[in-house]
Design a protein around this ligand. Structure first.
Ligand code: C2E
Ligand code: MG
Ligand code: MG
Length: 703
């Protein structure tokens, strides 16, 4: 951007001023000079004329009466005779005497015919005036004058220029009739010279004044020009600064604009991403729940009354949680991506495959003939897990449970269909891994039952329907009681005795496990203290803790609080955690260290059923491994179970862990375990799970 350049071709004030002033002065001189001269000449003529009038009045009074005869003679007469006459000579002398030493140089009398009747100059040739304008005016009774130049012979023989004012006056009789014309010539040369002189002075004065004025104004104008130049300079500097500022601002604006455009592009990209995320699962790239719901809704509307059917297949991976817990979320994610890719490859007929939860997928087949066709698709899904998934040197054998429902048979709305497919999937899972089930109405009834049980469980805590039971842990060699595991029981007025396998998973899913776990811990500690005060000391008590409890941010504080509140010695409390519990809790090692600091000990429950890596195990601050009941059952029947038991016992010994076997029912099992070095056992062999009273009765005297 640039400013107008007008100031660069700045108006040169002094130059224009001097030119215009000069022209004006010349014009003024050209106009006022002649005007002045004219006015001055007019004044001189008037003055001379007044003088002539005075003189004419006097002289005409002298000459008119004696010359009346000649005047009245024939108007066209030549008037020669009077001129010759002695009378005229006398008049001439008289006139000359009167006009001597005055400026009057000639006096003449004309008769009405314009013939000279008297002339003060005897030499002058007789002339007539009849045709002149001045003469006719005089005849008309008016005085008229005129300036004229004439050459006058000088005394030195040279001739001199003379300026003469000639005035003509009417000569009237008593009646006022004009009888003739009186002419008087006055020499105005000195006056005119005087006029010229004063004119010169006036011209000089005027010129000087103008020159002075011009000079003063020129100085003023030059000063003004300098100020203007300075201002122009300042303006130019300001303009340059402004231009620089404008340039800088323009640059800034351009940069800001570029930034803005980048931002807009970023925002657009983010919007696209958000849009994508709104309808896609970011991990697998499959459609998400929202996308599925919308698509299923559209398909349902399109079904109409044409007898067409669609199928919704709910897919849930069976052991995914364990893999995720054991190998971490990174491997879990990789596995999900691989599963998604494999499902897509195996299901070309699917209208939409979507991931709607952690390990939950859902598939829509827009048109199916009936259950047979849907069965085929379910078979394809289950079949796609036949080959294990391979990552980082591990083979992961997964299975999936599939629940199927058909529309419109099993539901008319999206919500209904998805819920029913989910219910069918639960049934498939309950029947074992890698199965599929079609939705049936009674499934809903069972699911409703489940939610009813959940409702009852919520009330169970408040209604004091829960109770803690105990199972002894015994030293094989000495039959000495070394500790006990606390196992919770629910005495429901409606359902009767409910075992943990039925309500603990429900409690975990619903979150009831948190208050339930607190209650179990408090009851245990209180019982221990009661027993101790009454003289029965149980050396060690184990309490089961599930993942949801351990994950709870207040778990440590809660534990500390209960120990403080009951006065229980933490050294006598053992927490039983499953392998998957440890894997599922972030930074498990640090977490367990904190628990260890509280003073409690830790046992790994159901050992051997999870995916624990030995190197990981080594880092954990665990004191005891519990051999799972499933391996103990295999003793004497299954060599690989025995081999696993042997390995676990050796491992525990080499890592310095204590060991206990659970579910020991027979003396053979106990003997086998003792031979391998596992001295501590828990199970029916040494007594069933018992109420505290029963337990005390059984062990009270032998501790
Ligand atoms: P677990 O911790 O592995 O408990 C051992 C289970 O084996 C108990 O089942 C016990 O009754 C059973 N058992 C022990 N010895 C024998 C035997 O010789 N033969 C047979 N057939 N079974 C035996 P229970 O009481 O039904 O508990 C099941 C599971 O529920 C427990 O497995 C534990 O994981 C969980 N659980 C029980 N109480 C609690 C609790 O208070 N909190 C939490 N979080 N989980 C609990
Ligand atoms: Mg246990
Ligand atoms: Mg166990």
């Amino acid at each position: 951007m640039s400013l107008p350049q007008a100031s660069r071709a700045m108006f040169n004030l002094p130059r224009y001023f001097s030119t215009i002033s000069f022209i004006l002065i010349v014009l003024a001189a050209g106009v006022f000079g002649p005007l002045y001269r004219q006015v001055a000449e007019r004044q001189i003529s008037d003055m001379a004329e007044r003088h002539n009038i005075e003189a004419a009045r006097h002289l005409s009074g002298l000459l008119q009466p004696p010359l009346r005869q000649s005047l009245l003679a024939a108007p066209g007469g030549d008037g020669q005779s009077p001129r010759q006459s002695a009378k005229l000579t006398a008049f001439r002398q008289q006139t000359r005497a009167l006009t001597e030493n005055t400026t009057i140089i000639a006096v003449r009398l004309y008769n009405r015919g314009g013939v000279v009747v008297f002339d003060s100059d005897p030499e002058a040739a007789g002339e007539t005036r009849q045709d002149s304008r001045d003469f006719r005016m005089a005849l008309a009774g008016r005085v008229s004058s005129g300036l004229k130049r004439q050459t006058q012979p000088a005394a030195d023989g040279e001739s001199a220029e003379q300026q003469v004012l000639v005035s003509l006056f009417p000569l009237s009789d008593e009646a006022g009739e004009v009888e003739g014309v009186f002419e008087l010539a006055q020499d105005v040369t000195p006056l005119m010279r005087e006029l010229q002189r004063s004119q010169r002075w006036v011209a000089i004065s005027v010129f000087t004044v103008f020159a002075l004025l011009f000079f003063l104004q020129y100085l003023l104008v030059r000063r003004a020009q300098r100020i203007l130049n300075e201002q122009e300079g300042r303006l130019k500097a300001a303009r340059d600064t402004l231009e620089l500022e404008v340039e800088a601002r323009t640059r800034e604006l351009k940069e800001a604009n570029a930034e803005l455009q980048d931002e807009v592009a970023e925002r657009r990209e983010a919007e696209d991403k958000l849009n994508y995320l709104a309808y896609h699962d970011p991990l697998t790239g499959l459609a998400n729940r929202r996308s599925f719901v919308e698509h299923l809704g559209a398909c349902l509307r399109g079904l109409g009354a044409g007898g067409r059917q669609l199928a919704v297949l709910f897919i849930d991976l069976d052991q995914f949680k364990q893999v995720n817990d054991s190998f971490g979320h990174g491997v879990g994610d990789e596995l999900l991506i691989a599963v998604a890719a494999r499902l897509i490859g195996q299901l070309p007929a699917a209208d939409m495959l979507s991931r709607i939860g952690g390990d939950e997928f859902i598939c829509l087949i827009g048109q199916v003939g009936g259950e047979d066709e849907a069965t085929m698709v379910a078979g394809q899904i289950i079949g796609s897990f036949a080959q294990p998934f391979r990552f980082g040197g591990y083979d992961f054998s997964l299975t999936a449970s599939v629940g199927i429902c058909l529309a419109p048979r099993d539901g008319a709305s999206v919500v209904e269909l998805m819920r029913n497919a989910d219910t069918a999937m639960y049934q498939a899972k309950a029947s074992g891994r890698g199965q599929f089930r079609f939705y049936r109405r009674e499934m809903t009834r069972r699911a409703q039952e489940r939610s009813h049980v959940e409702k009852l469980l919520r009330q169970a805590l408040e209604n004091k329907e829960l109770a803690i039971y105990l199972q002894a842990q015994v030293d094989v060699g000495s039959d000495r009681l070394v500790g006990a595991e606390v196992l919770v029981r629910w005495h429901s007025p409606e359902l009767g005795l409910v075992l943990p396998s039925r309500f603990i998973p429900l409690a975990e899913e619903s979150g009831i496990i948190i208050p339930l776990g607190v209650w179990v811990l408090r009851e245990t500690c209180r019982l221990m203290q009661d027993w101790e005060q009454s003289g029965f000391t149980l050396p060690m008590v184990s309490v089961n803790v599930s993942a949801r409890q351990l994950e709870h941010p207040e778990f440590d504080n809660m534990l500390r609080g209960i120990l403080a509140e009951t006065g229980m010695n933490p050294a006598r409390l053992k927490l039983e955690l499953t392998e998957s519990v440890l894997m599922g809790v972030g930074e498990a090692s640090a977490h367990l260290d904190r628990l260890k600091k509280i003073g409690v000990s830790l046992a790994l429950d159901d050992f051997g059923t999870g995916y624990s890596s030995l190197s990981y195990l080594k880092q954990l601050p665990v004191q005891q491994l519990k051999i799972d009941r499933s391996f103990v059952t295999g003793i004497g029947r299954n060599k690989s179970d025995e081999a696993i038991i042997r390995t676990v016992i050796e491992l525990a010994a080499s890592l310095g862990f204590g060991i206990v076997a659970e579910g020991v029912e027979t003396p053979e099992q106990a003997a086998f375990l003792a031979t391998l070095g596992c001295q501590h056992v828990q199970g029916a062999l040494h007594g069933p799970v018992a109420t505290p009273a029963e337990f005390r009765q059984r062990w009270g005297g032998r501790s």
